[in-house]
Design a protein around this ligand. Structure first.
Ligand code: FMN
Length: 196
């Protein structure tokens, strides 16, 4: 069994983030088929004038993501779009021009919200950016997990809601299958991450 090394990029900077909890729940449900690294998205704002200079937080972020097999985005919804932190991380990782860390990196997206719509707007704005960034994105199952609260989803990632647990388990299994498929079925997408 292959254990895929995934960068979990959580668009929330919040300590008690539901998306952070959902990341823990996905790992727990993955039966050891996934391992996460969690690079910080608390990055200085991207500024093209600084492309040639040393901005240590940008370099650390780019270097950590460059080495993984794939990316899992946890994408909270702010004003019907992705958070500024996540958009900034996309901008930082996509530059300098021609050196994007995202090109051909297999990705998946989940979003959640205490509201009804489960971060649908955020999820799809992010998918739009993934098209331009040339990232293959898992299409199904879609994950818009609405009506989240502390009872359904504890701080340690324990899911206390039958429906949410089923959705998270299904998503985690599909995610591991997706990375299996890419690695085994299409070597040119997977291969050695250091050679991308
Ligand atoms: C600035 C701001 C804008 C928000 N806009 C939306 C929104 O458009 N849709 C929505 O469902 N929730 C919205 N929310 C609520 C977030 O979904 C909620 O704070 C959620 O818990 C964020 O994810 P996190 O728990 O991982 O930080 C907004 C919250 C903030 C702080």
């Amino acid at each position: 069994m292959t254990r895929h090394r995934i960068a979990f990029l959580n668009g929330s900077l919040r300590k008690d983030s539901f998306h952070g909890r959902l990341g823990l729940a996905i790992i727990a449900a993955s039966n050891d088929r996934l391992a996460f690294i969690t690079p910080s998205l608390d990055l200085p704002l991207y500024d093209p004038d600084l492309d040639g200079s040393d901005t240590p937080a940008w370099t650390a972020f780019r270097d950590s993501v460059r080495l993984v097999d794939g990316i899992l985005f946890g994408s909270p919804e702010y004003n019907r779009s992705m958070t500024g932190a996540l958009k900034n991380a996309l901008d930082v990782g996509s530059r300098p021009y021609g050196q994007s860390i995202f090109t051909k990196k297999p990705a998946a997206v989940f979003s959640g919200s205490p509201g009804m719509t489960g971060g649908f707007g955020s999820n799809h704005h992010l998918r739009q950016s993934c098209v331009f960034l040339d990232m293959p994105v898992m299409q199904q199952p879609e994950a818009y997990w609405g009506l989240l609260d502390d009872e359904k989803l504890a701080a340690d990632g324990t899911v206390n809601d039958e429906m949410l647990a089923k959705l998270v388990t299904g998503f985690a299994g599909a995610l591991a299958d997706w990375y299996d498929l890419i690695r085994e079925g299409s070597g040119q997408l997977a291969g050695d991450p250091t050679q991308r």
